[in-house]
Write a protein that binds this ligand. Sequence first.
Ligand SMILES: *[C@@H]1O[C@H](CO)[C@@H](O)[C@H](O)[C@H]1NC(C)=O
Ligand SMILES: *[C@@H]1O[C@H](CO)[C@@H](O)[C@H](O)[C@H]1NC(C)=O
Length: 358
Amino acid sequence: MSSTTPNKILQPLLVTVVILGCFMTIFFTYFKPSNYYWLNGQSTVSPHQVKSSISTTKNESVITVLVWLWPFGARFALDVCSSKYNTEGCFITADRNLYKKSDAVVFHHRDIHGDLSNLPSQQRPSFQKWIWLNLESPTHSPLLPGLNTLFNLTLNYRQDSDIKATYGLIVPAETEEDFVPPKKDKLVCWIVSNWSPNHARIKYYNELKNHIQIQLYGRAFRRYLSNEDYAPIVSSCKFYLSFENSIHVDYITEKFYKPLSLGTVPVALGTTRQNYENFIQGDAFIHVDDFSSPKELAEYLLFMDKTQDMYLRFFKWRRHFKSYPYDSWAERMCHVCVYLKLHKEYKSINNLNKWYWG
Ligand SMILES: *[C@@H]1O[C@H](CO)[C@@H](O)[C@H](O)[C@H]1NC(C)=O
Ligand SMILES: *[C@@H]1O[C@H](CO)[C@@H](O)[C@H](O)[C@H]1NC(C)=O
């Protein structure tokens, strides 16, 4: 009798110990070390302290993007990601006092001084990414040696950039209906502000103009078009000379996308047709390389002027798609924010000059 008494006490004790052990194992498996703070901090931290520590730490679900240099010195409305572009959790600012808290700082290439004197002098926080923003082609961007290993991300029109910034986008149309182009009373139009005899586009134009009449606008011809006049004029032309100022892979600018969006057929001079077709339906535009000479292009355009049903074929794609021009710096800043939400990984650009200027 006396020998059974210890067992009666030991057995439940053993069972309790095993159950407790299991509980502890499960508990510590599912709780990560970072969540332990309240285990030993409970008695020493007052509710007030907890509250203030939350408000001073970075809100991990909000990304702060600091615009260090206004592109071309022009200000724009900053915090529109939520209201205009349906992007939540982004705080875009130009307040340099927020430098230390910013997840990313954006620098517009053309506004960086050659001696880098207008870049931040404070140390870069370890989590912060510096973003090189440039939408101009290498031909029209000064090479600055000091920038070669300074940045973490590129924001550029090139498709091998980290954050891609095309000048426009072809997107599915909400409804399917045949597109009726706006009324036309001009055949070929061209707006040009920078005139340089060395530009490929000027050489092409000088030959083309001998074979077809071109309506000319812009600073180069002292026929300046205001912003209000742009859309009515360009949409009243059957064709528009979307001649880029320099020829580079993926360099397709608003000179192409804006007329396209307005229902005017772009005549592209720039990168190859194949490259254009990475972005835009091949039957939506004409490319100068489709013709053996400017004269042959002129003859084709004159023929198109007489055959309306052939001309309308340039708009077939618009039954299913539409062209969306990007011209908002604010929207690009929202893209930066979205990119940062998806890409937390370390990244460094250590050959910017070779990459861009080759
Ligand atoms: C963090 O930001 C998100 C999104 O703006 C917000 O809903 C949340 O309340 C913020 N959290 C704190 C602790 O401030
Ligand atoms: C950003 O790039 C710099 C320069 O290469 C590097 O020192 C820094 O650690 C990088 N930071 C991040 C967050 O990727």
